[in-house]
Design a protein. Structure first.
Length: 257
């Protein structure tokens, strides 16, 4: 099965300029000295732990580097950072709880995280009520930075491309670079990431989508569907999901030849 495979990847983006939120001022709840206290909400256990651990490591490393270089200057005063990390356990209730703890007990000035879209959605009301800026490194759903009325969320930011943007770019790559006319899509139907990318991809792909296989996070065996599509006429496969299942699909494709 020698086909071209396009894999949508969730990008890991470390923090570097948290002071851009303007959290440092004379009345800042967590910057009364020369140290700015921020919170990290990362899924270091549960289904998203592979992403959460990497993001936590990235945040810790960024802060270590910033502090080693003298911190940052705001209004002529130098500040260093202290980060308090909490495990959200890939659970929305836990995400809201640890976000509340960081804001109301630890009195952080800002939060890095959560990791995934559903976690961000759970944390938004807490961060908004606490008037605490929050930036997610990897949540990609188009609407997480918007209120229901369409206005911008005042305390919610992201460092990730929107899912629709990634889907559009994948479709352009398949059309313009690969010259693909017929394509098969594998999508993670249990995440906004997978369905969001697929929706945009199908809208912008200029060829034919000959088959769509939806799977749930945690699926390990793709032999049956790979056997089913093996003899179909297609030029490429788009895998719209996280790398755990994407890797399994690729390995099983190679094993089938």
């Amino acid at each position: 099965m020698k086909k071209i495979v396009i894999v949508g990847a969730a990008f890991i983006v470390a923090i570097g300029g948290i002071v851009a939120f303007g959290v440092v001022n004379k009345s800042s709840k967590a910057s009364t000295s020369n140290v700015i206290k921020i919170g990290g909400v990362f899924d270091t256990s549960g289904d998203a732990s592979s992403y959460g651990k990497a993001e936590q490591d990235g945040a810790n490393f960024a802060i270590k580097q910033i502090n080693a270089n003298g911190g940052v200057k705001v209004n002529g005063k130098s500040y260093k950072f202290n980060i308090i990390n909490k495990d959200a356990k890939t659970d929305n209730t836990e995400t809201a709880s640890v976000t509340s703890s960081l804001i109301n007990k630890e009195k952080v000035s800002a939060i890095v995280g959560p990791v995934i879209t559903s976690g961000v959605q759970a944390a938004v009301p807490v961060a908004t009520q606490g008037k605490t800026p929050m930036i997610s490194p990897t949540a990609g759903a188009d609407n997480i930075t918007l209120q229901k009325n369409g206005n911008v969320q005042p305390y919610v930011f992201r460092a990730q491309y929107k899912n629709s943007f990634m889907g559009t770019k994948m479709a352009q790559f398949a059309t313009e670079t690969l010259k693909a006319k017929n394509i098969v899509i594998f999508q993670d139907n249990s995440s906004d990431y997978g369905t969001g990318i697929t929706s945009a991809f199908k809208k912008d792909f200029k060829g034919n989508v000959v088959y769509v296989e939806s799977y749930q996070e945690g699926t390990k065996d793709f032999q049956a569907v790979l056997t089913e599509i093996k003899d179909k006429k297609f030029d490429a496969i788009a895998i719209n999901g996280y790398y755990t299942e994407g890797g399994a699909i690729l390995k099983q494709m190679r094993d089938m030849g």
